[in-house]
Design a protein around this ligand. Structure first.
Ligand SMILES: NC(=O)c1ccc[n+]([C@@H]2O[C@H](COP(=O)([O-])OP(=O)(O)OC[C@H]3O[C@@H](n4cnc5c(N)ncnc54)[C@H](OP(=O)(O)O)[C@@H]3O)[C@@H](O)[C@H]2O)c1
Length: 263
């Protein structure tokens, strides 16, 4: 299926590994010119080289922290200067620490909102003027199933990510007339390096084995397994496609059935 995004310019935030990297890979395979970013330069550049070598596409790696307004502005400016515009935005960031209400104070909520909500708002504000000019745009905000179905041990994530859904839906209504769609993806448990690290530290802390870690998660997933980063990337690529132009304001869970609600 031709997604119709050949030569479109895609900015994929927080993408030196995990979900962001898989999405950048997929968009590059589909012929988009892709910009990736992260904080750690070495890993970012290695990922950039890996993607470009495999797809042969135009790939730029820019070191930027999505919490830093100035760094994001400079990244967007550089992208537009070198590639002409931004047609597709995938907003993403690392996750906040896990914990319950008693574990955190107001500063922790401020940090989580900056990392997962305000970074998304800022990225959207940065790219929309270019999309409006071209009367075409695709914005995909990565959140979590926790935005729809709070997970007890992730109170910071539950709080920040629900905000992303509210913002995305509001924004989608306000830019639809410009041919810009705004959708969110709510990934369920997906086997990225981060989840593999969590499994290892679970075992190291004596709570059980790596196998126990995965079994505990899988028993709540009707599909009986974790997702793969590529499965999240497939959904993102579809939402970025020409053919998805009438899909906007959606919060798409990609979770093997984890969310219990029918909404
Ligand atoms: N994997 C899952 O099961 C799952 C499920 C639901 C939601 N999520 C959420 O989806 C997001 C991605 O998850 P993941 O598993 O792919 O995480 P990951 O493997 O830890 O990858 C995170 C990526 O984001 C970059 N990053 C982190 N903080 C950043 C910042 N402030 N500015 C720029 N780049 C930053 C990291 O590079 P640097 O560290 O070098 O910056 C890395 O490239 C997270 O928010 C996570 O909580 C994940």
């Amino acid at each position: 299926m031709d997604l119709g995004i050949k030569n479109k310019v895609a900015l994929v935030a927080a993408s030196s590994r995990g979900l962001g990297k898989a999405i950048a890979f997929k968009l590059s395979r589909e012929g988009a010119k892709v910009v990736i970013c992260a904080r750690n330069k070495e890993r970012l550049f290695k990922t950039g080289e890996e993607i470009a070598a495999e797809t042969g596409g135009v790939l730029k790696a820019i070191v930027a922290d999505v919490r830093e307004k100035k760094q994001v502005s400079e990244m967007v400016e550089q992208t537009v200067k070198e590639l002409g515009t931004i047609d597709i935005l995938v907003s993403n960031a690392g996750g906040p620490p896990s914990g319950m209400a008693d574990d955190f104070g107001l500063n922790d909520y401020t940090d989580a909102l900056e990392l997962n909500l305000l970074s998304t708002v800022n990225l959207c504000y940065e790219v929309i003027p270019y999309m409006k000019k071209k009367k075409w745009g695709r914005i995909i905000n990565l959140t979590s199933v926790a935005a729809k179905q709070p997970i007890d041990s992730l109170i910071l994530s539950n709080t920040a990510r629900a905000g992303v859904l509210g913002f995305s839906k509001s924004l989608s209504n306000q830019v639809a007339a410009y041919g810009i769609t705004v959708n969110s993806i709510c990934p369920g448990y997906t086997k990225t390096e981060r989840v593999e690290e969590l499994a290892k530290s679970f075992e190291e802390s004596g709570k059980g084995t790596v196998k126990d870690f995965y079994n505990n998660i899988q028993k709540n997933i009707p599909a009986g397994r974790l997702g793969t980063p590529e499965e999240i990337a497939q959904a993102a690529a579809f939402l970025a496609s020409e053919g998805a132009g009438y899909i906007t304001g959606v919060a798409l869970q990609v979770d093997g059935g984890y969310i219990k609600s029918s909404f």
